[in-house]
Design a binder for this molecule. Structure first.
Ligand code: SAM
Ligand code: SF4
Length: 347
């Protein structure tokens, strides 16, 4: 091959038996978190991983490089809370040096962003999602068991100021929690120029509080916001899980940052998008999960520490992806919630 020839295409190596090609990797950098959201973690926290159970940054980067060589095009850092990982900025810088360079994004609760947003952008972060379930300080303290709303809102503003736009905001709606606040959250996002996405509560919480009868469905969310806002469906953007809507009109649209505005709904439970899923997940202890709801995972840390070559690791990954399950099965009779909770998997 001449030196000017393009590198062989890697797209399609990570193909499963249903024809889906994985191109997006979520890396959980830590299982630790600065909040205790009631729909995610128990008040006392979880049984945290021991230091030697967590991947080191070098191990994470080594695995990320193998994934990129197999066709992963975008990497999202998550947790737990990725901003409590002390070397997050250098990790982003090292990921951005991989070739082909993956698109880099972060899902965070926003606490600590005031200090780190500029550094993250300089290191190569491309996009950010910040989770904000309420704008009411007391409700925030109840929902997350921590009185940190001012830090979160300052973090959101700092990220936007640092150039991380369009900034996405994630809100999980829970009945008897923040459901009635959905229109106010949308008004705030529209006026600030953020893209709000409502997320259906999924059966991944440690306290097993999820119940099908109580969960707030996409239909219900749409009914609530359509009572105040004029929405036009846009469908899904590529493999993205959010069903998107243009917001054409609503209360005081002259205050909005753009018109039309945009809102999304991630309806993993009532409108599953497994057929289009292009995601893989690497947990903080080096386990590969091909589905949020998988009952099995593939150990990469063990082989890595036992001296596996990049080719060995690639083979393990390709085999795991080939066996990816057809769908999450939440709506099947006999569905069993996975042992790992959302924060231990990396949402
Ligand atoms: N700590 C960061 C945060 O909260 O953005 C990143 C990790 S968190 C697990 C990622 C996303 O998962 C957040 O938007 C959070 O609201 C969402 N989440 C957590 N538990 C959930 C559940 N049981 N159902 C649906 N979404 C959940
Ligand atoms: Fe922490 Fe995110 Fe879970 Fe809330 S949703 S407890 S911020 S990991």
């Amino acid at each position: 091959m001449s030196s000017s020839a393009p590198p062989p295409s890697t797209r399609g190596i990570l193909r499963d038996r249903y024809g889906r090609v994985a191109s997006d990797l979520r890396i959980s950098l830590t299982d630790l978190c600065s909040l205790r959201c009631t729909y995610c973690m128990p008040a006392e926290g979880l049984q945290w991983l021991r230091k030697n159970e967590r991947l080191t940054d070098d191990e994470t980067l080594r695995l990320a490089a193998v994934f990129v060589s197999l066709g992963i095009e975008s990497i999202r850092l998550t947790g737990g809370e990725p901003l409590v990982h002390p070397t997050l900025v250098p990790v982003v810088a090292r990921l951005s040096a991989l070739r082909p360079r993956p698109e880099l994004s972060l899902t965070t609760n926003g606490i600590g962003l005031v200090a780190s947003a500029g550094g993250l952008v300089a290191a190569g972060l491309n996009r950010i999602n910040v989770s904000v379930d309420t704008l009411d300080r007391d409700r925030f303290a109840r929902l997350t068991r921590r009185d940190r709303l001012p830090d979160v809102l300052a973090g959101v503003a700092a990220a936007a100021d640092a150039g991380l736009r369009p900034l996405k905001v994630n809100s999980v709606l829970v009945r008897d929690g923040n459901l009635a606040e959905a229109p106010a959250l949308l008004d705030w996002a529209l006026c600030s120029g953020y893209q709000l996405r409502f997320i259906e509560h999924m059966p991944l919480d440690a306290d097993h509080t999820w119940s099908r009868a109580e969960m707030v469905t996409a239909d219900e969310i749409l009914d609530i916001i359509a009572a105040s806002y004029d929405l036009a469906p846009r469908g899904h953007n590529g493999h993205a899980p959010a069903e998107e809507f243009d917001v054409l009109d609503g209360p005081a649209p002259q205050r909005w940052a753009t018109r039309p505005g945009r809102v999304g709904i991630i309806a993993s439970v009532t409108r599953p998008f497994c057929r289009d899923c292009d995601r893989l997940r690497l947990t903080a202890d080096g386990q590969l999960r091909t589905c949020l709801f998988a009952q099995t995972e593939t150990d990469l840390r063990g082989p890595l520490r036992a001296g596996a070559s990049d080719d060995d690791l690639a083979e393990i990954i390709v085999t795991a992806v080939a066996g990816k399950q057809a769908g999450h099965g939440i709506n099947d009779l006999g569905f069993v919630q996975p042992v790992r909770t959302m924060s231990a998997i990396g949402g």
